[in-house]
Design a protein. Structure first.
Length: 328
């Protein structure tokens, strides 16, 4: 799954599906993004902000997919607010694996092992199955969608997901390369959904990331060159010639995201996948929302992006909608 797919694996959708959007929320504990990984140094204070976010989503017509990890799935307050939305059909719940806080704890805590796909097969499987089972117990629903924490897929991930009944993976972040930290390289992965396996049992729904600007056709080459020439990509972005735009309110302005969304729709992407981390709903827990003003900017980002989606006729999708529409 961490390697680019073979040709001919692009997924087709029933014509009635049209163009849709998935709002994925990496619903996780708060931790120090600049510090070392630890088993215990984390918090869940931002859970109190989830009711406001869920109400906001329902107001603008968004359907959040809460991809929950072990601390969230074991927190009664988080289970109550997310579970209520799931029961009402106003949200979905899925799986997100942070191996350093997810039992069994049989590995060293380090950067390499923070990517679940780097773990031995049986340990990755044991952690995933423990989390999947806890989610089903807590929310009374079998999760059908997965995102690896830190986007950390590996050679055994697909088989584990299929064994567990997962139908959609959304771990791939196209045009990003995490190999310098020991993670996957997604720099050559497509943004269109595709089948992971020949049997069409597991669908990859990549996060939406596009290249924009006059030089976008040279995207892969420029991205590689940018890793060798300091400040090159920043200069090209300031000149409006080339930029990589991920559809997230974290570190991406509304104007940038609007350009990226327009580009994705022009490229006939059938499923736009938005993403962000739940701790960003409270100031100080991620690098992206240091103040109340920045939190309000996050909400405004979503309001404007969903207005653009609505104008383009793009409807919100539930996990079941995507599964039902993906033709085999």
């Amino acid at each position: 799954m961490a390697k680019p797919p073979s040709r001919g694996t692009v997924a087709a959708f029933d014509p009635s599906f049209g163009k849709r959007v998935l709002l994925t929320v990496d619903t996780e504990e708060e931790f120090d993004w600049n510090g070392p990984f630890t088993r215990s140094e984390h918090g869940l204070n931002h859970i109190s902000a989830l009711p406001r976010f869920q109400s906001f989503c329902e107001k603008i017509g968004a359907h959040p997919i809460y991809l929950v990890d072990w601390p969230i799935a074991n927190n009664p307050a988080a289970v109550e607010v997310i579970g209520d939305a799931v029961r009402r059909g106003a949200a979905d719940v899925g799986v997100q694996l942070h191996p350093w806080v997810n039992p069994p704890f049989d590995e060293a805590v380090c950067t390499h092992n923070s990517f679940a796909g780097n773990l031995p097969r049986e340990l990755e499987r044991a952690k995933f199955m423990a989390l999947r089972d806890q989610i089903e117990k807590a929310f009374a629903v079998a999760p059908l969608i997965y995102r690896a924490g830190r986007y950390g897929l590996g050679p055994n991930s697909a088989d584990i997901l299929k064994e567990a009944g997962i139908k959609i993976d959304t771990s791939v972040r196209p045009l990003f390369d995490y190999s310098v930290h020991g993670g996957p390289d997604y720099s050559e992965h497509p943004i269109h959904p595709y089948w992971v396996d020949a049997g069409h049992q597991l669908l990859e729904a990549p996060m939406t990331v596009v290249h924009s600007g006059a030089f976008r056709q040279m995207g892969e080459r420029l991205q590689r060159l940018g890793g060798q020439v300091p400040h090159l990509l920043g200069l090209l972005s300031r000149l409006g010639l080339f930029e990589r735009i991920a559809l997230t309110p974290e570190g991406v302005s509304t104007a940038e995201a609007q350009r990226g969304l327009k580009m994705a729709l022009e490229e006939e992407v059938p499923l736009t996948v938005l993403s962000f981390h739940s701790p960003s709903l409270v100031p100080g827990y991620t690098p992206y929302t240091r103040s109340e003003r920045e939190v309000e900017s996050l909400y405004d980002w979503f309001a404007q992006i969903y207005a653009q989606l609505d104008e383009a006729g793009v409807k919100s999708a539930k996990v079941a909608d995507v599964i039902a529409a993906a033709t085999r």
